[in-house]
Design a protein around this ligand. Structure first.
Ligand code: PEP
Ligand code: MN
Length: 356
């Protein structure tokens, strides 16, 4: 498992410690832990101008030296060809593309073009919006430029709805990425998903339980003084505690008894899924009948009160069965959509029938 951690080079303006000393201090701590890569944001994309935007090019040498001194490969974020050029010149071992860059195919292409002929691993954070194809597009552009060592970083997705997370985890998106590209390693960045220290341990364990290949956790020796994202950084001591408390499970085991039990449980799941599908098909054929009935009586397909009633009663019933509201809502939205599709087809058939 690869774990990277690091700081955002920030206390450069305070008197007690400059950024060069800071990165050495943190790297010294991380070098003693189960950390495999040192990360640092040299150039920080900030929402508003005037915020601390990273120490800039000077920091490249600092992080590289701190990495060498502590036997850690180092990684920085690159957002344009100039960053790539400077990072490579400074001997940075791994590059990463940030969420705000992955959303922009022009920039990703420029970065890919700057990497032609270079053999450097590149990690790609998911785009800020939950769009798997955009994430995949970035890998394709880099791959076409000849970059073979690619790693995905799941950092959560921006969402309009209220959530306890800074960026909603939407685990199904990285899971689908893994399904389509089983050989692509995926690292989870619980710091940016959480946005708050107390949520980081649980998210880290969730990621490992989902068979993620590593974690990227922001670390700072004095988080309260950090110039960016101070609420989501762990002290080296807290990071060490977390790393030692994580349970690393295996994706598969050789134990025959275990495999038998697992097979049996999976058979049960397969049988239940088949029953669900039969019931869904039955539900849709009733929807077809309703569609015909509505058509014959000149009624609209959608009756909002009925849809509200369905959601309300299913949420109540789901709660008693310990099914989450989110699951019930998303499942019924899909079922309702499919039901409307069936009914629309019935209506269309009648329109076509009249036209011919
Ligand atoms: C970062 O990793 O510090 C960063 C800027 O994150 P993201 O691109 O995920 O917003
Ligand atoms: Mn950050």
């Amino acid at each position: 498992m690869a774990i990277s951690a690091g700081a955002a080079f920030d206390n450069w303006r305070t008197l007690w410690l400059n950024s060069e000393e800071q990165i050495h201090a943190i790297a010294g701590e991380l070098g003693k832990m189960k950390v495999q890569v040192l990360r640092g944001g040299i150039w920080k994309p900030r929402t508003r101008p005037g915020s601390f935007q990273g120490i800039g090019s000077d920091g490249l040498k600092w992080i590289k030296d701190a990495g060498i001194a502590n036997n850690l490969p180092v990684t920085v974020e690159v957002a344009n060809p100039r960053h790539v050029e400077e990072a490579l010149k400074a001997g940075i071992d791994v590059l990463w593309i940030g969420a705000r860059t992955t959303v922009n195919p022009f920039l990703v292409q420029e970065i890919a073009d700057a990497l032609v002929g270079v053999d450097v691993p590149v990690m790609v954070k998911n785009p800020i919006n939950p769009e798997l194809e955009l994430w995949i597009g970035a890998f394709e552009r880099l791959n076409q430029a000849g970059i073979k060592k690619l790693v995905a970083i799941h950092r959560g997705f921006s969402s309009a709805s209220q959530s306890r997370y800074r960026n909603a985890p939407n685990w199904q998106i990285p899971i689908e990425l893994k399904r389509r590209y089983p050989d692509l390693p995926i690292v989870c960045d619980p710091s940016h998903i959480a946005g708050a220290r107390p949520l980081i341990p649980q998210l880290s364990q969730n990621a490992l339980d989902l068979n993620f290949d590593g974690l990227m956790i922001e670390t700072h020796n004095h988080p309260e003084k950090a110039l960016s994202d101070k609420d989501q950084q762990l002290t080296p001591v807290a990071l060490n505690e977390l790393l030692n408390s994580l349970v690393i499970r295996q994706a598969s085991v050789d134990d025959a008894i275990f495999m038998n039990v697992l097979e049996e449980l999976r058979d049960q799941i397969d049988a239940i899924d088949e029953r669900i599908l039969i019931l869904m098909a039955e539900r849709m054929s009733v929807a077809n009948e309703i569609g015909q009935y509505k058509r014959d009586n000149n009624m609209t397909i959608l009756q909002v009160e009925r849809w509200n009633e369905i959601l309300k009663t299913r949420l109540q019933s789901g709660e008693m069965k310990e099914l989450s509201d989110e699951f019930i809502i998303r499942m019924y939205e899909l079922i309702h959509q499919e039901s409307i599709r069936h009914q629309t087809e019935v209506m269309n058939r009648s329109v076509q029938g009249k036209a011919t």
